[in-house]
Design a protein around this ligand. Structure first.
Ligand code: ADP
Ligand code: MG
Length: 217
């Protein structure tokens, strides 16, 4: 599985492109990092890749997943998962039902779905917490639960938008390690936006900066 981005740029209405066209190929299990100043369009880049640009934005270029052009597909057909800093668990659902919400439709039957969620909770160090109210979890537990919800949808690629920025230093390292290990285990490509050089360093993958068109060389 590879995520291949060619000549991708985004503009708002008739304004100039937010950033110079981006070329990037991310391999299975690799976490590539995008950095760049606030407002340059990092979140918008992820929106373009996921297929959910806000009204008024248009993109040029292409996005290929495992060689398959997905640029014209609606978001749900792309199978690209999203994890972001404020990824909230639904407050009216238990922790387990939150994960079940993400569960791929391919897993049918109440018992099978329950078992898949229990296994995911166990993997995330959240064993036995199926019935818990999300409000009673720690920040690190919530972050791991949100990641498992995303992964249970069986995404073919993952986009992470400042995923650890709400966590304190101690939890950050732990949740980061857990997240990257899962990406490697699933052998899916991932693209992460972050402001923290330590996040980028921990990936061992490519790191690039968005620049405005005409900037640099
Ligand atoms: P970053 O994530 O790099 O901080 P964003 O992708 O959030 O930047 O925003 C890129 C630019 O697009 C900014 O100038 C921002 O103000 C603008 N923008 C973001 N969302 C919208 C929107 N829904 N409508 C109009 N402009 C937007
Ligand atoms: Mg952003």
């Amino acid at each position: 599985m590879t995520l291949e981005i060619k000549g991708l740029s985004v503009r708002y209405r008739q304004e100039p492109s937010l950033f110079a066209p981006l070329d990037l190929c991310i391999e299975s299990g690799e976490v590539a990092t995008v950095m760049g100043p606030s407002g340059i369009g990092k979140s918008t880049l992820l929106d373009a890749i996921g297929g959910h640009l806000a009204a008024g934005f248009t993109m040029t270029g292409s996005v290929r997943l495992d060689g398959r052009e997905v640029t014209q597909l609606p978001p749900e057909a792309r199978r690209i998962g999203l994890m972001f800093q404020d990824a909230a668990l639904f407050p009216h659902l238990s922790v387990g039902d939150n994960l079940a919400f993400g569960l791929a439709r391919a897993i049918g039957g109440r018992a099978a779905r329950r078992a898949a969620v229990e296994a995911a909770l166990e993997q995330a160090g959240l064993g036995g917490l199926y019935e818990r109210d999300p409000a009673t979890l720690s920040g690190g537990q919530r972050a791991r639960a949100a990641l498992m919800r995303t992964l249970l949808a069986d995404p073919q690629a993952l986009l992470l938008d400042e995923p650890f920025s709400r966590l304190d230093a101690a939890r950050r390292a732990a949740v980061r390690g857990f997240t990257f290990a899962h990406i490697r285990d699933r052998a899916i490509p991932a693209l992460m936006v972050t402001h923290d050089p330590a996040d980028a360093e921990a990936t061992g993958g490519q790191v690039l900066s968005l620049v405005t068109e005409g900037a640099g060389g």
